[in-house]
Design a binder for this molecule. Structure first.
Ligand code: C5J
Length: 220
């Protein structure tokens, strides 16, 4: 057991029970021409965290701890994409449309892949999820149980959407959740800051927060 310098108070991490969950570090959110950009967002903010996420992943791998990746994407026939999601707003490209990186947010298309710098290693679980939360309509919960995890460190994008949704789902299911604050990002800096505050407010009502350096120190 190791104590991490987390906020709002220290968290004891159990090495047999902790894993890293990397949310949606996909080309469609991080590179020009994808879903994130089609919604009018500046993707450069998200690109900037790739080296930090890579360092966190390497730390977990070096410690022999599980790394789970998620991808927000849909079946080619869009059978798992509710019209209310696909038709929302007026993006330049909708989910399923042909874009510069293939069909937007469709499983198997180049844009839905995780950026090459963070590619899953052989044997690491990749969860394809049609929703913002990783538990909805996926085997994520069964995967966590199979790996015997009770504590989850979170990284990825975007902080206030898929990362926070998954943390809230996990928190309700009894997992202790820790967000790596410099290994997550939002298209909206104010939303990232607010999500971090919401997560750790009221005595870690959703979970804890810490920097990647402090998390890695506890793993080494
Ligand atoms: C969004 C995500 N923001 N991965 N997806 O649509 O946060």
């Amino acid at each position: 057991m190791t104590r991490i310098a987390t906020e709002p108070f220290p968290l004891d991490v159990h090495h047999h029970a902790v894993g890293l969950v990397v949310i949606d570090m996909q080309r469609d959110f991080i590179e020009a021409g994808g879903f994130g950009a089609s919604l009018g967002n500046d993707v450069s903010l998200l690109q900037a965290i790739v080296p930090t996420v890579a360092r966190l992943i390497e730390g977990f791998r070096a410690a022999g701890l599980p790394v789970i990746h998620t991808r927000e994407c849909h079946a080619p026939d869009l059978g798992d994409c509710p019209p209310a999601k696909r038709l929302r707003g007026s993006p330049t490209l909708r989910i399923g449309d042909e874009g510069p990186m293939g069909r937007v947010l469709i499983a198997g298309e180049p844009g839905a892949e995780i950026v090459p710098e963070l590619a899953p290693a052989p044997g690491e679980t990749v969860i394809d999820k049609p929703g913002k939360g990783a538990f909805y309509a996926t085997p994520f919960g069964e995967t966590l149980e199979r790996l015997g995890l009770t504590q989850l460190v979170f990284a990825g994008v975007t902080t206030e959407v898929c990362v926070q949704t998954t943390m809230r789902e996990a928190n309700d299911r009894g997992y202790e959740c820790l967000l790596a604050t410099d290994a997550t990002e939002s298209y909206f800096p104010a939303f990232k800051a607010a999500a971090i505050e919401m997560i750790r407010a009221q005595g870690a009502i959703v979970g804890w927060t810490a920097t990647t350096d402090d998390i890695l120190k506890a793993l080494s």
